[in-house]
Each structure stands twice: as structure tokens, then as C-alpha cells.
Design a protein around this ligand. Sequence first.
Ligand SMILES: [Fe+2]
Ligand SMILES: [Fe+2]
Length: 253
Amino acid sequence: MTAIQVQKFDEIQDPSVRQRLEVSNQEVKEYLNGKMEYILNHRAVQHPLLNYYRKNKFTKEQEKKFYLECWYYFQYEPFYITSIANNTRDYNILREVVLNVFDEVGGKITHETLFREQINDLGISNEEIDNYQCLPTTTAINEGAKKLYGEPPIEKALGALYADETMSAVLASQLNDGLQNQGYDKNVRKHWLMHLNVEIGHSNNAFNAIAPYVTHQEGRDLFDAGINKYLELLEAYWGGVDSIIRGEEAGTN
Ligand SMILES: [Fe+2]
Ligand SMILES: [Fe+2]
């Protein structure tokens, strides 16, 4: 049972959140919903560490490592996503990429700044953020995403984006729950509270961009490869984080 259902992505009505465009081919829609179900239930997304964090408190030290690794995971994400636009001359895709990245950087303050503020609120200083050496698996997901988004084929890049953004919708609720369980108020959690809907819109960006490209098997194979490569990097990322957070316990809970 997943906390977020496929239906939510299809039915969201929030005017500030990107909605799915109408897809006339019902079979394509079912195919993309099936892939979404696969992503939502994948171990990389329903990772034992994330489900543990929902209901169990971290020590201050665990919390610090957890969010510093997250910081280095997300830090340059909008740059990588922007690079997708260079693999295509399809204005439909360009629009979805721009709308996605505009959310990240187009407001009064960037999401990067908002996340830094949340980390500061936990008692982690800018100096600690800047001096932290992240895990090799965290560097690997950065390098992997840069490559997946920055290089053709476009179907593979959009597979990675569909996995990344659909996962992010789940992650926003997992981290919001974890912080709430830890006793943090809405102000500390605002970055994640806001992302509960924003990431649904980003997953819809990817849905809108890929739909015309998965009417045939060749496009689907490339799209699938992008999804699976991203989830593989993500599972390794959380495995790495879990090994420094729960150590021996990792993977058993
Ligand atoms: Fe964001
Ligand atoms: Fe996103």
C-alpha cells in the first residue's frame, strides 16, 4: 500500500501545480500509470530507511548526516534537469522542462535556499554544510543524473525524470512525516509541505513530455531503461545513507 496513489497525479486541481495534458490514446495513459505504480512501489522509493524515519526518531548526529547527504544529492538537480532541453528540438518538452525548473528558481527565494534554511533550522551551520564530504554513492547519483539528463536519447532522459519526480512526491511526504514525528513545527517543515504538491506537478511535467514518445515499443524500451537506471542509482544512494545512519541495522528494518 503506497501513501500516494497514481490517481492523485491524474486528478490534482491545485492551480499552481502542473496538470497532466489529455492523452487521447488510452493505452499510452495506462502504460504510463503502470510505470508510475512500479516507481511508487520500488524499494528505492519505499526504502527501509525512509519508512523507518517516518515513525522513529533520529539522534541529532543521525539527523545531521541524513540531511547533509540529502543536501549534496539535490544541490544541483535543476541544472541537470535544464540540460534535458539540449537533447531535443521538441517545444512540448522544452515547455515542461522550463515549467519544472521555474518552480525551483522562479520564486522569491529558490528551493535551494529554502532547503538550506530548513537544514539551518535543524542546527546545522552553513560551514558544516560546505565542509561536509558526501558519500561516493551520493556523488554517483549526481554524476549519473547529470549523464542521464544531459545525454541523448531523450526517451531515456525522460524516464529518469519520471522516476525522479514521482519519487520526489513520495519523499516529500516521508520527510515531512519524519520531521513531524521528530517534533518540528510547520515552519521547519515548510520546504517539504510545499513540495507535497509541487512534485506531483513535476511528475506531470515528465508525463506530458514523454506521452507522444511511448506509443511504440522502441520508445518504451528507452524510457524503461531511464527509469531503471535512475532507480538503481537511488537505491544505492539510500543504501549508502542507511549504512552511515543505522549501520549494522541497515536493511533489516
Ligand atoms: Fe523543489
Ligand atoms: Fe521536482
